[in-house]
Design a protein around this ligand. Structure first.
Ligand SMILES: Cc1ncc(COP(=O)(O)O)c(C=O)c1O
Length: 484
């Protein structure tokens, strides 16, 4: 081979070329021009309705069941607004269940994706990878280690696989201890193992039960300190009943699918201390919380970093990760796989997290907290103007709960609980909201809640004015159809 000297790679020379940069700017200008037509919710175009219905019906035939939501995106959006293939435009308050945190078609994100698309391969793997894999891992570990001893990360392509990795990391450290501690109403994904640890009966129908899970009650704000003592007593009983049998306690610090339930630091500390005293790994599942509360990691917001052994994250990061301390670094062979992620996913994920980190989003007065306050202000006005839509919400304990339960959440995780948390009425309200121009979703199990995961990176607080107008008119229709 003849010698070769160059200060930069050919790839970098391409990335810096004037022709390429001009072409990208031309594309972005065209995009922004097209987006300028998407300025608010609008109904479907009459002549696109039939092809839309046909496409949805075809998808139902292909899957063997209809899509849960009648959603087919057109491929164009403008921040929190998205155009669907029927020409309608809607406020997207769920964003792929918390994935698109800069909304739809953000020019900077598209530019990042365009550059990533020029990579020589689409997917990066554990055997062969480009520098973006290292850059992404570096960002995750750097941010995670600011407030904890987390030191290493394994990247993977779904939250479920991040959780599978975490469970293996915990069980290997605990010499195969078979039991898992988890909170009631948790969600962990849908592999055979995660369906068993997740506390939803429907998700494990037909799955042979071979994972031993002990459920602890989550924090109940209306029981306050009693709730903390009760859960701690349960934990102590289970540790005594099955000594050295638990590999980990997996915790969502804000329950996602379980109903956007929050808990104060003081609830978690004694539980984590008990785990530490008994050699049980503290594993925080941040797959839904990651990036969207008042710190990048919610364990950092609650100042729990010193207890944390393993953390899983996903969704808005585009690529998922299992992060762990030196003590939990597993032996070779335990974790690998063909894919780490796509070039676009890795670069967009990193860019999104850097923008959130550096753009004034975090902290008690950051943009995310401000957006949350705007949500609560609007929710409060709605509750006060229409008390008839907000009857007391039943609770698993058999008691009815009052005001604090009508809306809540933290940061970019926002919920409203109308109609006493009744599933049928809430699903009907969601369907009406969708038709009227707001896409949201539900969470919880008896009570059910309306769940918002708005695009925290681009949504402006005043945009809730338009969203709540549609929510209000949709609730009115939902109530009148429930009473008819
Ligand atoms: C807390 C939590 N864990 C795990 C998962 C599973 O992630 P994925 O759907 O990417 O496999 C989810 C997804 O909603 C989640 O919210």
């Amino acid at each position: 081979m003849s010698p070769h000297t160059s200060e930069i790679t050919a790839a970098k020379a391409l990335a810096q070329s004037a022709g390429l940069n001009d072409a990208i700017q031309t594309i972005i200008a065209e995009l922004v021009e097209a987006q300028s037509t998407l300025v608010g919710a609008r109904p479907a175009a009459d002549d696109l309705k039939q092809s839309y219905e046909d496409a949805l019906a075809r998808y139902g035939e292909l899957r063997g069941r209809p899509a849960l939501y009648p959603y087919i995106g057109s491929g164009l959006g403008n921040g929190p607004l998205v155009e669907l293939a029927d020409g309608s435009v809607k406020w997207d308050m769920i964003n792929g269940i918390g994935v698109h945190m800069f909304g739809h078609g953000d020019p900077d994100i598209i530019e990042t994706a365009l550059r990533a698309a020029l990579s020589d391969t689409v997917m990066h793997g554990n055997l062969q990878f480009n520098a973006e894999v290292i850059d992404f891992a570096d960002l995750i570990v750097t941010e995670a280690s600011r407030a904890s001893d987390l030191k290493y990360c394994f990247l993977t392509n779904s939250g479920t696989m991040a959780n599978e990795s975490a469970l293996k990391v915990c069980t290997q450290k605990a010499n195969g201890a078979p039991r898992v501690l988890a909170f009631a109403d948790n969600f962990m994904g849908r592999s055979t193992t995660m369906s068993q640890i997740g506390d939803s009966a429907a998700n494990r129908i037909g799955v042979p039960l071979n994972v031993q899970v002990d459920y602890m009650p989550f924090y109940d704000p209306e029981d306050g300190e009693n709730s903390t003592e009760y859960t701690l007593r349960q934990l102590q009983q289970f540790i005594q009943r099955y000594p050295n049998q638990h590999s980990c306690f997996v915790m969502e610090l804000v329950q996602g699918e379980g109903g956007f339930n929050i808990a104060p630091r003081d609830f978690f500390v004694p539980l984590m201390e008990a785990c530490k005293e008994n050699g049980i790994a503290v594993w925080i599942d941040e797959i839904q919380t990651f990036g969207r509360t008042n710190e990048m990691f919610h364990f950092a917001q609650l100042d729990l970093g010193r207890f944390v052994d393993v953390v899983t994250l996903g969704k808005m990061s585009q690529v998922c990760a299992c992060v762990y301390t030196e003590e939990y670094n597993p032996k070779a062979g335990l974790l690998s796989g063909t894919f780490v992620g796509s070039a676009v996913g890795l670069q967009v994920g990193r860019r999104s997290l850097e923008r959130l980190r550096d753009g004034g989003y975090y902290g008690a007065n950051g943009k995310i907290a401000t957006l949350h306050t705007a949500f609560r202000d609007h929710a409060e006005v709605l509750v006060a103007s229409h008390p008839e839509w907000f009857p007391p919400v039943p609770h698993a304990s058999g008691t009815a709960r009052v005001a604090s339960r009508f809306y809540g959440g933290v940061g970019g995780m926002m919920r409203i609980t109308p109609f006493g948390g009744d599933k049928t009425t809430i699903l009907n309200a969601l369907r009406i909201m969708f038709d009227e121009g707001v896409i949201a979703f539900y969470c919880g199990h008896d009570p059910y809640h309306l769940r918002f995961l708005p695009p925290v990176g681009v949504m402006e607080p005043q945009q809730f004015d338009d969203v709540f107008k549609i929510v209000e008119s949709s609730f009115a229709k939902a109530e009148s159809s429930a009473n008819s």
